[in-house]
Design a protein around this ligand. Structure first.
Ligand code: BES
Ligand code: ZN
Length: 620
């Protein structure tokens, strides 16, 4: 009790302070001296060299000096070769001195450029390394079409610095433009205005007139074609995936409209999707105007399109209102998971939306038992760690549950306009948790003081685990399955009588995840025979089934699992599977490490990094 009182006192103080000047917040994983100087616009001029696996060229930063006595511009870099730095003084370029600091395992190298407020633009000539943490270079064999190489960036959280010397903190925003040269038979696209129709000539220009945090600067290069889904939306993909992607994602326009109805206008012009090769380590990445999407959600039945609703929702939560530091990631991901689900409800109906809530919460509950207590706090203590190492479902689902809790307490008629106004109020700004809390207090809590106490809010934001008051989504369809399953467990029903014929992917996931982890071999055989799960082609169902099969020692999955692990690089799938194999037995561990050896070069540097730790290849 005393602890809560103390915390709510702190909360009160924070609320009274109100919003602070954000660039005064030092981002613990950035070197940038944003108190002295900020880059307001950057121009990239880069050549994409697939043979050398290198981006080479320069970046120009237009500067706004905030401190007239400042004598340096400090940028973030990681493993970038700097050739020279120039500064513009009275419209003329002059060489500038620079020092590249020692490499830090988390932050990379500090680039200190000697410059003062007389310098209005700096130009840095540089080249990336083949292992750049924010780029993945794929051979033709690793693409769907098998004939052309592919390259793409993934800058969130702190990887923009591995391909652009930049003030790599989400507390700041830049507009950008770019001139990109590529081999003539490839197309480059960016998180910006892309030229339509696509003319393959190896020379592409881009303009991003809206200010975005640097982690949203993104590029993709490959054998890409474009197909429109509506006037505003379309898909870029390798030719062989284009048609199936369009069919899968053609509700995107309806999703935009649902989002706008709830939370105000979509402010970014076009909204397109780039379908990446299966090595992409995430489900999706909300790069503005052009979300990057894993092909593993092209299921043929729209069962996994909540991913599109998610990346689109970031056009409000994240891209419009941005977390100021990575400790505040829940402001991006929690709001986005909440908005995603509201949009799914609008477009696909409440029963499906509730099933998705349930599945998310079930995963979170498992994760909460595995994580360090500190990593289950919404206002995440990073303590100098790489944000990648503190990544979990907590900012997503606990954040979503907190917002669902507010929705339930205040009612949609009050909560929906609050969220809409919040996006509007902080549009194109970066805010931290404190700023959100003070806005929440002023615009909702103190308006209706009888609804919830500040103690309750502080528990959600500053305490580990899930508060007792957490919403508990219930799906009728899932409850029916649970009842039928218990009848089956009690021997009152046959497997074949579970009425599974009409099940959706969500219902299958509920069913598989609810099965005991200590089933007999006979039951596993029976399950597989009845439902043919080893042959499923749905990437989520496969994942759930393989996870169950590994712990239940059902090794009929061997060859399906092998091709799954070799085809897919999505971390959410491959990391838990490798971990289960590693923990299972010596035999499975050896099998897994052999597969990893063969598959490793096809995985993204981020996935390699995580899995090297699993297999102790890089003792840390
Ligand atoms: N922005 C994230 C991906 C991300 C987060 C990359 C943190 C690097 C650091 C993206 O919007 C996301 O959340 N993707 C999820 C989608 C899912 C929750 C529907 C994913 O990749 O699985
Ligand atoms: Zn997200």
């Amino acid at each position: 009790m005393f602890k809560y009182k103390a915390i709510s006192y702190v909360l009160l103080m924070i609320m009274m302070l109100g919003s602070r000047a954000l660039l005064a917040i030092q981002d613990e994983v950035s070197y940038a001296n944003t108190q002295d100087v900020i880059s307001t616009h950057l121009h990239l001029s880069l050549n994409v060299d697939f043979e050398k696996r290198q981006l080479k060229g320069n970046v120009e930063h237009r500067l706004k000096w905030l401190n007239s006595k400042a004598n340096s511009l400090v940028l973030d870099t990681r493993a970038i070769h700097i050739d020279k730095v120039e500064g513009q003084l009275n419209k003329k370029w002059t060489p500038l001195k620079f020092v590249l600091g020692e490499h830090d395992g988390v932050k990379g190298s500090k680039l200190t450029i000697s410059a003062d407020p007389s310098i209005s633009v700096v130009k840095i000539h540089y080249q990336t390394v083949p292992e750049a943490s924010g780029l993945q270079w794929l051979t033709p064999a690793q693409t769907t079409g098998k004939n052309h190489p592919f390259m793409y960036s993934q800058s969130q959280a702190i990887h923009a610095r591995s391909w652009i010397p930049v003030q790599d903190t989400p507390a700041m925003r830049v507009t950008y433009s770019a001139q990109i040269t590529t081999p003539k038979d490839l197309v480059a696209v960016m998180s910006a205005e892309n030229e339509l129709p696509v003319v393959k000539d190896g020379d592409y220009s881009f303009k991003m007139p809206q200010a975005i945090p640097p982690y949203l600067i993104a590029i993709g290069v490959g054998n890409l074609e474009f197909a429109a889904m509506s006037n505003q939306t379309g898909v870029y993909a390798e030719p062989s995936v284009l048609e199936s992607a369009v069919a899968e994602f053609n509700d995107t326009q309806a999703m935009i409209e649902a989002n706008e109805k709830l939370y105000g206008p979509y402010r970014w012009g076009r909204y397109d999707l780039l379908i990446l090769p299966a090595a992409f380590p995430f489900g999706g990445m909300e790069n503005p105007r052009l979300s990057f999407i894993t092909p593993t959600v092209i299921a043929g039945d729209k069962s996994l399109v909540n991913l599109i609703a998610h990346e689109l929702a970031h056009s409000w939560s994240g891209n419009l209102v941005t977390n100021a530091t990575w400790r505040d990631l829940w402001l991006n991901e929690g709001f986005t998971s909440y908005v995603e689900n509201r949009v799914m409800e609008e477009v696909f109906g409440e029963p499906r939306a509730v099933m998705e809530q349930y599945l998310g919460v079930a995963d979170l509950k498992v994760e909460l038992t595995e994580l360090d207590a500190r990593d289950t706090i919404l206002n995440l203590p990073l303590d100098g760690r790489d944000p990648d190492d503190a990544f979990s479902g907590v900012p997503y689902v606990k954040g979503q549950l907190f917002l669902m809790y507010l929705e339930q307490k205040f009612g949609r008629e009050k909560f929906d306009p609050f969220v809409k106004d919040y996006f509007d109020h902080f549009a194109f700004k970066s805010i931290d948790t404190q700023t959100f809390l003070s806005y929440l207090n002023n615009h909702l809590l103190s308006k209706y003081p009888e609804v919830i106490s500040s103690d309750e809010v502080s528990e959600w934001i500053f305490q580990p685990g899930l508060p007792k008051s957490s919403p508990d989504p219930q799906s009728d369809a899932f409850n029916r399955i649970a009842n039928a399953m218990s009848e089956w467990h009690q021997g009152k029903r046959e497997l074949a009588d579970l009425d599974a014929k009409q099940w959706t992917v969500h219902e299958w996931l509920f069913f598989i995840n609810k099965l005991p982890r200590d089933l007999s071999h006979k039951t596993m055989v029976q399950l597989d025979k009845t439902f043919s799960l080893t042959n499923s082609t749905n990437r989520e169902i496969q994942f759930a089934w393989f996870s169950l099969a590994i712990v239940n020692n059902f090794w009929t999955i061997e060859s399906s699992l092998e091709s799954y692990l070799k085809q897919i690089g999505r971390r959410k799938f491959i990391v838990p599977l490798y971990k289960l194999l590693h923990e299972h037995s010596m035999q499975r561990r050896e099998w897994a490490s052999k597969i990893y050896e063969q598959a490793r070069s096809g995985y993204h540097p981020l996935a390699q990094n995580t899995l090297d730790q699993v297999f102790n290849l890089k003792p840390e």
